[in-house]
Design a protein around this ligand. Structure first.
Ligand SMILES: O=C(O)CCC(=O)C(=O)O
Length: 301
């Protein structure tokens, strides 16, 4: 079944600017297969930057978990690695040391600390989903539909310890994820994984559990991480959003409970719009990469 829409760019103010290459499908319409069964390799190859699958997961199951996570939030062990930057103060279940730079650890944590956090927080989300729903299994099954027949497996360290399979992320009212990319193979915590995967890029996978009343859209830019002159603020610590908005194409994606997006997060700058209203934006997600031989897909968060 062909993709229902191919969005070359959200707005085409000039023809010469790199578009955001996005495609959207509906899981119900694609139940007998779709043309995106090798989408992960196609994201690697640059054919797509964003793949959205509406209804990839059972919406009611994810929505119920999302509501529980928001209403019972104070009873859960949320980590807040960006608490020093109130606008970007994402709450996490699954680790307190994600595989990205944070305001708490701007160079990421050491591999041993990452793996220890993975083990210590493995049960953070236990009881969040309805009995019988295996979130990790469901994620691997859904990702398999885009993996070109390759097995999808949680990444492991050389000694067999597991990476974090996915994290649950909560953005409360007034918070956002500022513009960034996720090409961080140079961090110490990647010293083993970077030998095992195709490091040309990596892909984010994110499923929505709870959509906010307003805001919370994923915004993706035609700006790529390999560009030399990406506009930064004078302090050098952050991208200059106003200049990026002016200079590059962009596309925005709003997702509801059960929807999934795959994003060329290692290539395209992106951000999550500030959440408006009392309902948090809650997602579960992580990263994935083709292994060096393109024989399997490895996931981590
Ligand atoms: O939507 C999310 O939870 C995270 C989006 C993001 O920045 C990413 O996937 O890299």
């Amino acid at each position: 079944m062909p993709p229902s829409t191919v969005q070359q760019a959200a707005d085409s103010r000039t023809a010469s600017r790199r578009p955001v290459r996005a495609v959207e499908i509906d899981a119900a319409a694609a139940s007998d297969g779709h043309d995106l069964d090798d989408a992960i390799a196609e994201i690697y190859a640059g054919r797509y930057d964003v793949v959205v699958e509406r209804g990839a997961f059972d919406a009611a199951t994810l929505e119920a978990a999302g509501e529980r996570l928001d209403v019972d939030a104070s009873a859960l062990p949320w980590a807040r690695p960006n608490v020093r930057a109130p606008l970007d103060d994402v709450r996490l279940l699954g680790t307190d040391a994600p595989a990205t730079p944070t305001f708490q650890a701007p160079r990421g944590v050491a591999l041993d600390d990452y793996l220890a956090s993975s083990a210590a927080h493995a049960a953070d989300a236990a009881g969040v989903f309805a009995p019988g729903f295996d979130a990790e299994g469901a994620i691997c099954d859904v990702l398999s539909r885009f993996a070109g027949g390759r097995p999808v497996q949680v990444a492991r360290a050389d000694d067999g310890r597991r990476f974090v399979p996915f994290t649950i992320r909560r953005l409360v009212e007034g918070t956002q994820l500022s513009v960034h990319h996720d090409l961080h193979y140079g961090l110490e915590l990647y010293r083993e994984l970077a030998r095992r995967v195709d490091t040309r890029t990596l892909v984010s996978f994110v499923a929505t559990l709870r959509a906010p009343l307003a805001g919370g859209e994923l915004v993706v830019y035609g700006a790529t991480s390999d560009e030399r002159d990406l506009p930064c603020l004078p302090n050098g610590f952050a991208y200059d959003l106003a200049a990026i908005e002016q200079r590059y194409e962009r596309a925005a994606f709003r997702t509801g409970a059960g929807d999934l997006f795959l994003l060329a997060a290692g290539r395209c700058l992106h951000r999550v719009e500030r959440v408006v209203g009392p309902r948090s934006r809650i997602t579960m997600g992580g990263f994935l990469a083709l292994d060096a031989g393109h024989e399997r897909v490895l996931v981590w968060s």
